[in-house]
Design a protein around this ligand. Structure first.
Ligand SMILES: Nc1ncnc2c1ncn2[C@@H]1O[C@H](COP(=O)(O)OP(=O)(O)O)[C@@H](O)[C@H]1O
Ligand SMILES: [Mg+2]
Length: 465
């Protein structure tokens, strides 16, 4: 296998000076996950990455890109540039320009990672596919993902995220996608935006990285579809829409199952029937857009649709885990990675479609949805309807904002409320019994993973006992 970057290529791309000759097989910005042979970038964030260069080289880094000499490190292992962040972006742009690949960029208020991973899964069966790791979607995640892209890539899938206006524009201009998809626009990050329309405008920046005639994939069922389409048209893109009202990908029928969904859709003239291997209406919606991305990349849409049967919800994003305990098994729906009103409603709907075993109950364990701004209390209280529709038998809640929902809940379904997830984790674990389906969700900062861990520990009791 040829190297990802030689010292000469990296120096030319970044305008830096290489002290020696080397070749790197990967790119790293964090010594904790660095692999031998990586090129390490000393980025300056909360900590100065230059403090970790020595450790990186000791761990086997091929070299380090730095903006100053590092005492105790062989200069032959250093590539010196003016600014390490700019160096990473320059290497990313070089990676982009040297591939002969179809490139997709995904943004949206929810579903970026799920859609990116599903695309990785289905396109990976059709050609060498490179995609963002985890949610590496920000000012370092995007150029890092670009810089890691092998020259032999056939399909590149990039997640792009934002918390503020003007963050997506520079990232999409680095990625230069052939197709850009906005999964959905929802009332999240309202702490940083005056209105949902402003959020839509910020998401629409993704189309500014498209070439003339590139494809903008837009959710036709979202109230902001027209605003996105207008922005895409202004950017010179072609607009393809998906959903019940979609023109290019139109949902004909859907049957939402407990573990998967059966979908019929018309995708650019072909009538397709396929199965999505994880439950939830939100994944059906994402899948329709995903197939338009596949089409825009010139890949086989029918084969991709068929492959969607094998997709599973990822950890923290709806992953279904059966937990065997001493007394019997219960099911966990792990949604602990993130939450906003849209994804909370989606997860509650999945809980509603789950069928508890004999004697089992539907249990919702929910923590605060963060960064919602002035509307936060109302948005939390507003979940009461979705809770009722889900048929939840029992609700555990935690966090200051969830107190507003708690006050709305019928007493008959109140499990327990606490300020912190650490205070309800053991209560939930103690109360869960065989046949139950337990859905755990909240923003990452609400630390609902502590509840997931406590539930999973019930299985370890079995192993120990
Ligand atoms: N189109 C959608 N609408 C609402 N919720 C969604 C959608 N797609 C995925 N979700 C849910 O949103 C949460 C975050 O999903 P993820 O794919 O990690 O999104 P992101 O990367 O945008 O944060 C998960 O609970 C997931 O099931
Ligand atoms: Mg993500």
């Amino acid at each position: 296998m040829s190297a990802l970057w030689t010292s000469a290529e990296a120096a030319a791309a970044t305008g830096g000076r290489a002290g020696g000759t080397w070749s790197a097989n990967g790119v790293s910005i964090d010594t904790r996950t660095l692999q031998p042979g990586d090129l390490f970038f000393a980025l300056i964030g909360e900590r100065d990455g230059h403090d970790f260069v020595k450790a990186a080289i000791e761990k086997g880094a091929a070299a380090a890109l730095v903006s100053k000499a590092v005492p105790g490190v062989d200069a032959a292992k250093l590539l010196v540039t003016g600014d390490t962040q700019a160096g990473l972006e320059a290497l990313g742009r070089m990676a982009r320009s040297r591939v002969n690949a179809g490139i997709a960029a995904i943004t949206g208020s929810a579903g970026k990672t799920s859609t990116k991973e599903a695309l990785r899964f289905v396109l990976g069966r059709q050609g060498t596919t490179h995609a963002s790791e985890a949610s590496y979607n920000n000012l370092w995640g995007v150029p890092l993902t670009l810089a890691r892209m092998p020259q032999a890539t056939k399909y590149g899938i990039f997640e792009i995220g934002m918390n503020h206006a003007d963050e997506i524009r520079p990232l999409t201009r680095q990625v230069r996608p052939d197709v850009a998809m906005v999964t959905t626009v929802e009332a999240v990050h309202l702490a940083h935006f005056g209105s949902v329309e402003e959020i839509a405008n910020a998401k629409a920046e993704i189309f500014e990285g498209l070439p003339q005639g590139g494809v903008a994939v837009i959710n036709a069922d979202n109230p902001h579809a027209a605003r996105l389409a207008a922005a895409a048209t202004r950017a010179g893109a072609r607009v393809w829409t998906f959903g019940e009202k979609g023109a290019e990908a139109r949902l004909a029928s859907v049957s939402l199952g407990e573990a998967s969904s059966e979908i019929e859709a018309d995708i650019l003239g072909s009538h397709l029937r396929f199965t999505y291997g994880a439950p939830g209406r939100h994944f059906v919606q994402n899948a329709l857009g995903l197939l338009l991305v596949v089409k825009a990349l010139g890949a086989d849409v029918a084969a991709a649709a068929e492959a969607l049967r094998g997709v599973r919800a990822a950890k923290g994003r709806g992953e279904r885990v059966r937990i065997e305990t001493v007394d019997g098994a219960f099911d966990l729906i792990d949604e602990a990675y993130n939450a906003n009103p849209a994804s909370m409603a989606a997860a509650l709907a999945v809980l509603g479609s789950a069928k508890p075993g004999p004697g089992g109950r539907r249990i919702a364990v929910i923590g605060d949805m963060l960064e919602l701004g002035p509307q936060s209390d109302v948005l939390h209280a507003g979940l009461a309807g979705a809770i009722a529709e889900s048929g939840a038998d029992l609700v555990f809640a935690c966090g200051a904002s969830m107190a507003h929902l708690w006050a709305q809940l019928p007493v008959s379904i109140r499990g327990a409320y606490a300020q912190a997830s650490s205070d309800i984790a053991s209560l939930v674990a103690a109360d869960t019994r065989p046949g139950d389906v337990v859905m755990v969700k909240g923003s990452l900062g609400s630390r609902m993973a502590l509840v997931v861990d406590a539930l999973k520990a019930r299985a370890r009791e079995l192993a120990a006992g």
